[in-house]
Write a protein that binds this ligand. Structure first.
Ligand code: FPP
Length: 252
């Protein structure tokens, strides 16, 4: 049987990756589903469906490469303004994905997590998420974070409110507020900041994604629409990341 761990070098030879410098946390803005569908004269829903297939492939590849945290921007606080049927399609796809993939994800050590306010999602999504999170809670191979009903500004406002309320009820003093404390009030509490943020489809903006956490993230853009994003594109993004000089504001 082929041992993918023994064959790592062979698998990665297209970009000669340094396996000791794989980004710990990769976050992806999965963009371009609609344009992909339009290009093929298909309804937008088919683009999202194809986008889910990409999630399956990229999760597997990220796991194989040893990425420890993968965050996917699946539904923003602004996406509610899309046509009702598109919102419905996205919610249904989420439920189907969770039901179909949970077993395999669990068997492969994937721990699922959500960033965002899930209380506004349809009950069916909440239930599927609850089951997925509970089933996978002790897994340690990779954390798969779905940003759902997520907005970076909303997350920061929420943190301010929570901190304020803890000051009022005596759990905190104003002097306790610092960057490390704020981090504890974010949806990403305990998750390291993304090392690499990937946005396919040609757009070069952040769209309210991980505003606090991206302070020192490396950005990688590509013209490929998300449904066409392949394993080799992830490896290319990582190879480019490995050639960056991360100084974190310091001098070498
Ligand atoms: C952006 O493409 C994509 C989204 C807003 C949704 C991403 C969601 C999925 C890939 C599926 C969700 C399912 C799971 C399992 C999380 P766009 O529609 O903005 O594309 P466009 O800019 O080309 O129109």
């Amino acid at each position: 049987m082929l041992n993918i761990f023994k064959s790592k070098k062979e698998f990665n030879q297209d970009f000669d990756l340094d396996m000791n410098n794989i980004p710990n946390h990769i976050a992806i803005i999965m963009d371009g589903n609609g344009r992909w569908a339009k290009e093929q004269n298909l309804p937008r829903s088919m683009g999202h469906r194809a986008g889910v297939e990409t999630i399956r492939r990229i999760l597997k590849e990220a796991t194989r490469l040893g990425v420890k945290n993968l965050t996917l921007y699946a539904f923003s606080t602004e996406n509610w303004a899309r046509p009702k049927d598109e919102v419905g399609t996205l919610m249904k796809l989420l439920v189907t994905y969770l039901k179909k993939e949970l077993k395999e994800c669990h068997e492969n050590g994937v721990r699922m997590n959500v960033l965002g306010d899930t209380s506004k999602l349809p009950k069916e999504c909440q239930n599927a998420l609850e089951e997925a999170l509970e089933t996978t809670r002790n897994n340690t191979k990779i954390n798969l974070n779905f940003a759902l009903n997520y907005g970076g500004r909303n997350e920061i406002v929420r943190a301010i409110k929570l901190i304020n309320s803890d000051i009022k009820n005596g759990k905190l003093n104003e002097e306790d507020i610092n960057e490390a404390l704020v981090e504890k009030y974010l949806y990403t509490k305990g998750i390291p900041d993304p090392d690499l943020i990937i946005r396919p489809s040609g757009e070069q903006r952040l769209s309210n994604f991980l505003l606090w956490q991206c302070a020192y993230s490396e950005f990688w853009y590509s013209d490929i629409n998300w449904p066409d994003f392949k394993e080799k594109d992830l490896r290319k993004a990582i190879a480019d990341y490995q050639n960056r000089d991360r100084r974190f504001g310091k001098v070498k």
